[in-house]
Ligand binder design. Structure first.
Ligand code: ADP
Ligand code: ADP
Length: 220
């Protein structure tokens, strides 16, 4: 399955992509996780991205497209992928179309996580992630068993600098301006589906799985 998860920051894309990876074995390709890892490493991509990420701006398209181009040809992703956080601009969406066409691959589903700005603010300001592997928690909605510590790998939990309230508001503006057009770009296609992302994590997971299974049956 080749999937895209679209939606605002905080909509729950990363949480659901991880669950899908654990439950169905489809690799999660999170551009945010890739950039944060590159920043920790101090690689050329990390150095170039740092300022944009920390200010809640978008990293330039050429950097992002090259990153995805290289990621999708790796062995695990050749069988399928869940794109989480890409594409975020129209040029990225167009570049992805060209990439897939060249590789003779098609998109099986584009899931749009529909959510209000009010819920987004509550989710992002309570988000904590783990240092080691980016496992995602929420102070209230999905707390770790031991405070400040990741259930999965025991590493320390931290709050992303771009989850500060003033940066979150900027990211939401960027989302509405740059990424909402990408939603419209895919909406006209047969693979597009809207997921009501307001429910709890298991509730949204059922909807995601239900939609994906229906697509697989259609395809079979
Ligand atoms: P969230 O999960 O809150 O939506 P991400 O972890 O996906 O945030 O992304 C964090 C930051 O990384 C973004 O605010 C942006 O600076 C950068 N980024 C991630 N993906 C992209 C992309 N496709 N294009 C440009 N910038 C990106
Ligand atoms: P995204 O990848 O779209 O930015 P995340 O998956 O990181 O979103 O989720 C943002 C925050 O909201 C995290 O703290 C996560 O634990 C929490 N969260 C995710 N899905 C839900 C949900 N369905 N209900 C309540 N909280 C959620």
């Amino acid at each position: 399955m080749n999937l895209i998860f679209l939606g605002a920051p905080g909509a729950g894309k990363g949480t659901q992509a991880r669950l899908l990876q654990e439950r169905e074995g489809i690799p999660q390709v999170s551009t945010g996780d890739m950039l944060r890892a590159a920043m920790v490493e101090g690689s050329p991509v990390g150095k170039r991205a740092k300022e944009y990420v920390e200010q809640g701006a978008l990293v330039p398209d050429d950097v992002m497209i090259a990153l995805i181009e290289e990621r999708l040809v790796r062995p695990d992703a050749r069988r399928g992928f869940v794109l989480d956080g890409f594409p975020r601009t129209l040029p990225q969406a167009e570049a992805l179309d060209r990439m897939l066409e060249r590789a003779g691959r098609v998109l099986d589903a584009v899931l749009y996580f529909d959510i209000s700005d009010e819920t987004i603010l509550r989710r992002l300001t309570g988000r904590w992630v783990c240092r080691k592997a980016g496992h995602i928690y929420h102070l209230e909605y999905n707390p770790p068993k031991a405070p400040g510590q990741c259930d999965a790998d025991g590493s320390e939990l931290y709050q992303r600098v771009d989850d500060r309230p003033e940066t979150v508001r900027h990211r939401l503006d960027v989302y509405h301006r740059e990424t909402q057009p990408v939603v419209e770009f895919y909406r006209r296609r047969g693979v597009f589906a809207t997921i009501d992302a307001e429910g709890d994590i298991e509730d949204v997971s059922r909807k995601v799985l239900g939609t994906i299974r229906a697509r697989m049956e259609l395809r079979a």
